[in-house]
Design a protein around this ligand. Structure first.
Ligand SMILES: [Zn+2]
Length: 342
């Protein structure tokens, strides 16, 4: 093979190979193969010395042209590959803002919390202050302060969890009435949600741990009409604007007079169904005008100030509202149960 043929070969081979190269790495390898110190073209240029001056001139010029072509081809091709690589990277890293995001799994508010929040909101809108009390309280705050007679059955060891002679797990949120009367000057309006404890064997409607919401108002000139108006409004907000209320006389040691409030059945509207057991009415809470003996715990001027108080079971309201048939579902932490109340 003479030098002319070798040059022709290099010209063809370099064109095919360079145009077919798809990576910068291959480009570099080809550059070394053709133009490197030991490259094919360099080899030829080195051997030009053996040629006649005439051949040296023509072939030398041709070799330099090929060298220039190869260099130009390499540069153009490297530019193109770099550009393509950048595009590919941008494509890879591009964020499509229209793509749906990864759904974050949010928890569900427990139906007990939902009822508490709903009731608190109603009373907060009426200017009530939310006050919470400790779960462990004194026997005085749980019974004596509330005008409860020493012989009241709820004081029994079989009914209340005693921690010591004078300390117990609070059997109702009414303890917070006594705490507030001691702590706050009158007048005040307070609402107090929280957990309570009684020695009950768990069944479909009983649990040794449950929740109550307590409310208390002390001011000048408070009457039974204020109590009825307030609780009637709460019932309409909680169960719907068509809800009717009725108050039945009852007895509690801490209120006089005392009453139990029924609401018209929100399922049948009063016609009678399985929820209201055919009566058209559902018992919701206990209430009454606070006994002066209770007010006197807080040194309230009982001639000047009157007030009312009420307490309701949160589980009972949640069970009625959501049609839950067993109180134990609330405490089992079964997500399948809780997720139904989204
Ligand atoms: Zn009904």
């Amino acid at each position: 093979m003479n030098m002319q043929e070798m040059l022709n070969n290099i010209k063809e081979e370099s064109k095919i190979k360079l145009e077919g190269a798809t990576s910068l790495k291959t480009m570099e390898e080809l550059r070394i193969k053709f133009l490197g110190k030991k490259g094919m073209l360099t080899d030829i240029l080195k051997n030009m010395g053996k040629l006649s001056p005439e051949e040296k001139k023509t072939l030398g010029r041709e070799a330099n042209l090929i060298k220039r072509d190869i260099e130009a081809l390499i540069n153009a091709r490297v530019d193109m590959l770099k550009k393509a690589e950048k595009e590919a990277r941008l494509q890879r890293e591009a964020i499509d803002v229209t793509e749906p995001g990864v759904a974050i799994s949010l928890g569900t508010k427990h139906p007990i919390s939902q009822v508490i929040d709903e009731v608190l909101e109603i009373f907060q809108e009426m200017g009530y202050e939310v006050i919470e009390g400790p779960l462990v309280d004194t026997v005085f705050n749980a019974f004596d302060g509330l005008n409860s007679p020493k012989t009241h059955p709820s004081r029994d060891l079989t009914d209340t969890f005693y921690i010591g002679k004078d300390i117990c797990l609070r059997p109702h949120t009414s303890t917070v009435e006594i705490r507030t009367l001691k702590d706050k000057p009158v007048p005040f309006k307070m609402i107090s949600p929280g957990r309570c404890f009684r020695c009950d064997t768990p069944d479909a409607t009983h649990s040794p741990m449950f929740h109550q919401i307590e409310g208390m108002v002390v001011d000048e000139g408070i009457t039974m009409a204020d109590l009825k108006g307030t609780l009637d409004m709460m019932a309409k907000r909680l169960f719907g604007p068509e809800t009717k209320t009725k108050f039945r006389p009852h007895h509690f040691p801490f209120t006089e007079p005392s009453a139990e409030m029924d609401v018209s059945c929100f399922k049948c509207g009063g016609k009678g169904c399985n929820v209201c057991k055919g009566s058209g009415w559902i018992e919701i809470l206990g209430c009454g005008m606070t006994h002066p003996n209770v007010h006197s715990v807080g040194d309230v001027d009982t001639e000047k100030f009157t007030g009312f108080a009420f307490g309701m079971g949160v589980e009972r309201i949640a069970m009625l509202k959501y049609g839950i048939e067993d109180i134990r579902h609330f405490y089992e932490n079964d997500m399948r149960f809780i997720e139904q109340f989204k």
